[in-house]
Design a protein around this ligand. Structure first.
Ligand SMILES: NC(=O)C1=CN([C@@H]2O[C@H](COP(=O)(O)OP(=O)(O)OC[C@H]3O[C@@H](n4cnc5c(N)ncnc54)[C@H](O)[C@@H]3O)[C@@H](O)[C@H]2O)C=CC1
Ligand SMILES: O=C([O-])CC(=O)C(=O)O
Length: 317
């Protein structure tokens, strides 16, 4: 059985993730961590969640704290701490402010929970994954970000709707940045096990429109309702379950690659990775030419934002 800690547990994503993660059968203990001054809110969350556990028949020991040090002995630490973007902002606009928070958090987690797997949700998530890797001192397999998993789920939903098939029939991936330079892998997209490009109806698929919808999903939801919650919350639970259940699922997350994709590496970015109890392991991959070009471009962009942030962090510390 496992202990899961949620950092940023008073936030929109943190609160809902507490609910989805508590449904995972391997979770025995869950710790909600918020900022000092938020004790009443955290206590209220615990009581409210406990009521839902009673109604659902869930047996998870819940506690809260305002100290990250209490994450000690966690199997998985989910980090949703930091600023969300406001309408009109790009995720990368949050990079430096959130990097300061993540660097400090990662240092503490690295020291107090050296065996934990640290899961970044905070945006811009690829850059935050790199910051956490550097400042935690943990192994690359122990650090990953939500990456393009949620984007892949958004594309999956659009494809299923277009072809009027159950979502479970669609397998697809988006790799690269969790942002504008993301790259859809049509070469790895299947419906009912058949490559989508082999379907006669593929030529009519509004590919550009679909990708644009995925790219702007977060922005549109934030404009309409303030924050994205249910999509990220469920995506987070899928990934935590893949770890705790030692599922060996191949999901598309932000992970440190050495050279797995066409020799491209030394960056944290969304790639297909095997996920199990030991952590996250990028899968070596061959792509089609246009996909490699798109991925290179995405890597170039993420490298630049990451390098800028790392430099500013060093200056500020
Ligand atoms: N990777 C992805 O696909 C997604 C990423 N996100 C990101 O997750 C993060 C959280 O989003 P929301 O929950 O909507 O935001 P929120 O504002 O509702 O919650 C943020 C949480 O971080 C805490 N926090 C903020 N500044 C802090 C500091 N200096 N020290 C300690 N704690 C601090 C707040 O107290 C709160 O608990 C944002 O960066 C957002 O962009 C959100 C959805 C999806
Ligand atoms: O768009 C945002 O800022 C939140 C996010 O990353 C998402 O829902 O994809």
């Amino acid at each position: 059985m496992a202990k899961v800690t949620i950092l940023g547990a008073t936030g929109n994503v943190g609160v809902f993730a507490a609910h989805t993660v508590s449904e995972i059968p391997y979770v025995s203990d869950m710790l909600l961590v918020g900022r000092p001054g938020r004790e009443d809110f955290l206590a209220g969350c615990c009581r409210d969640l406990s009521d839902s556990f009673a109604a659902r028949g869930t047996d998870v020991r819940l506690s809260y704290s305002t100290s990250i040090l209490d994450a000690k002995d966690s199997d998985v630490v989910i980090c949703t701490t930091g600023m969300p973007r406001r309408p009109g902002q790009d995720r990368n606009d949050l990079a430096f402010e959130n990097a300061k928070i993540i660097a400090e958090t990662a240092e503490t987690i690295g020291r107090s929970s050296p065996d934990a797997i640290l899961f970044l949700v905070t945006n811009p998530v690829d850059v935050m994954t790199a910051v956490a890797l550097k400042y935690s001192g943990l192994q690359p397999r122990q650090i990953f970000g939500l990456g393009t998993h949620l984007d892949s789920m958004r594309l999956k939903s659009l494809i299923a709707h277009y072809f009027r098939v159950h979502v479970s029939e669609v397998h697809t991936r988006i790799i690269g940045e969790h942002g504008d330079s993301m790259v859809p892998l049509w070469s790895a997209t299947t419906i009912g096990g058949i490559r989508i490009t082999n379907l006669p109806t593929f030529s009519g698929l509004p590919v550009q429109e679909m990708i644009e919808t995925v790219k702007t999903s977060g922005e549109t939801i934030i404009r309409d309702k303030g924050s994205t919650v249910h999509g990220p919350g469920e995506a987070i639970a899928t990934l935590v379950k893949a770890i705790l259940g030692d599922e060996n699922r191949i999901l598309t997350v932000s992970s440190y690659i050495k050279s797995e994709i066409h020799g491209i590496g030394d960056v944290c970015i969304g790639v297909p990775a095997r996920i199990n109890r030991d952590g996250v392991f990028p899968v070596p991959l061959s792509l089609e030419e246009n996909e490699v070009a798109g991925f290179r471009e995405s890597v170039r962009k993420i490298r630049k934002v990451t390098a800028d942030v790392m430099e500013r962090l060093e200056e500020a510390r």
